[in-house]
Design a binder for this molecule. Structure first.
Ligand code: PLP
Length: 383
């Protein structure tokens, strides 16, 4: 199967081009602009100096780090895991990409969200799976309505990808939702995966739920987490899968044919990150809450009302009236104002009519971005 260049690549190329002639405010990628906690950098610096840290680390990752993950699950979600129910990944994206290859046969059915973070579709394609795109719309509060999926699809399904808190839709799922998913997974004998990359980034006292909180989930479920967004460590490429031990073993086996583990200093840095987790997360959430307010308030001044997200580091904004083509909107906005946002269509057909803005610039820049967006809208006499 061939992979083609998508809107994300086109946008990145355009950002580069425009940056040569204009100051670009890039709100298109979810790559945190904030630094990691100084303690994390301190450990990383120390560990990099140790010549013994340069060998292969091998899968499934340092026991001490996996124990830190086990502790975190217990502390945050009251989920009790054994270390052999966890694996360290080269970023959660890597594990998500490889999971279907490890557990699905070509031609089997995988369900992925539309709109959705692109890795689920790519992962299914890598494994030669058939894909069923389940719709996430405002009418269903961007939640999979499993009871509306035709029975023949449910019977054929081997794996469902869920992503709550959701990127790009910014919504959370409830305990009842996950409970229903586990029930259906058992009834129709499929595996259910939740991508919990944004589990720490919830606002206004909202709290994420882990799929693994559901009694019996471990029989049918895996969950993916990451240090990228929680600890501003996107570049070190480190994430986790946790849940059903047989699935973990299959993923570990596949990975042992592909990679030899995450660089030891990175794993040590992640252990340190978990030690300071409470303070890091509470500061980070405050920062995103404040940025969210600043951007939403500033856009409102220019006549664009955006619903505040309860989670993630994004705004998922319906295009102002008069606009319907998210790609044209994003590319014109970029070339005229230097503000880069992601067109909703990049996440699937049902993302059309929306754009995603990442809160990855300081407040001053966000105000400036809103001002430029406002002048763009006024130029088209929309506001
Ligand atoms: C929903 C979701 N899952 C996974 C990832 C990838 O995370 P990682 O850096 O751990 O590979 C991202 C990154 O943006 C994401 O938005």
């Amino acid at each position: 199967m061939k992979f083609t260049t998508g809107i994300f690549d086109e946008l990145a190329l355009q950002v580069k081009k425009i940056a040569k002639v204009m100051d670009v405010i890039n709100l298109s990628i979810g790559s945190p602009d904030l630094p990691p906690h100084p303690k994390i950098i301190e450990v990383l610096t120390r560990e990099v100096q140790n010549p013994q840290n340069y060998g292969y680390t091998l899968n499934p990752g340092l026991e001490e780090l996996r124990e830190a993950l086990v502790f975190w699950y217990r502390h945050k979600y009251r989920v009790f895991l054994e270390v052999n129910e966890t694996i360290v990944l080269l970023g959660s994206q890597e594990g998500l990409a490889h999971l279907p290859l490890a557990i699905i046969n070509p031609g089997e059915l995988v369900m992925v969200p539309n709109p959705g973070y692109p890795i689920y579709e790519a992962a299914a394609k890598l494994a030669g799976a058939k894909i069923f795109y389940y719709p996430l719309t405002e009418e269903n509060n961007f939640l999979l309505e499993i009871e509306k999926i035709p029975e023949e699809i449910l019977k054929a399904t081997k794996l469902i990808f869920l992503n709550y808190p959701n990127n790009p839709l910014t919504v959370l799922a409830s305990y009842d939702f996950f409970e229903k998913m586990v029930f259906y997974a058992k009834k129709y004998e499929f595996i259910v995966v939740n991508d919990l990359a944004y589990g720490e980034l919830t606002f206004d006292q909202a709290k994420s739920i882990s799929l693994l909180e559901i009694p019996g989930a471990k029989d049918v479920a895996l969950e993916f987490t990451s240090v990228s967004k929680s600890f501003n460590l996107a570049g070190i490429r480190l994430g986790f899968a946790a849940g059903n031990p047989k699935l973990i073993s299959k993923l570990t086996l596949l990975k042992s044919n592909i990679d030899y583990g995450v660089f030891k200093p990175f794993q040590k840095a992640a252990i340190e990150a978990f030690k300071y987790r409470d303070i890091i997360i509470s500061d980070l959430v405050k920062t995103y809450e404040s940025r969210r307010k600043v951007l939403i308030d500033s856009l409102k001044k220019w006549g664009w009302e955006v619903k505040p997200p309860l989670s993630t580091m994004f705004l998922w904004a319906k295009l102002p009236s008069g606009f319907s083509d998210s790609k044209a909107f994003a590319f014109n906005l970029l070339s005229e104002t230097g503000v880069a946002v992601t067109p909703g269509i990049g996440f699937g057909s049902l993302g059309e009519g929306y754009i995603r803005m990442a809160l990855v610039a300081d407040e001053e820049k966000l105000v400036e971005a809103a001002k430029r967006i406002g002048s763009y809208l006024q130029g088209r006499s929309i506001t």
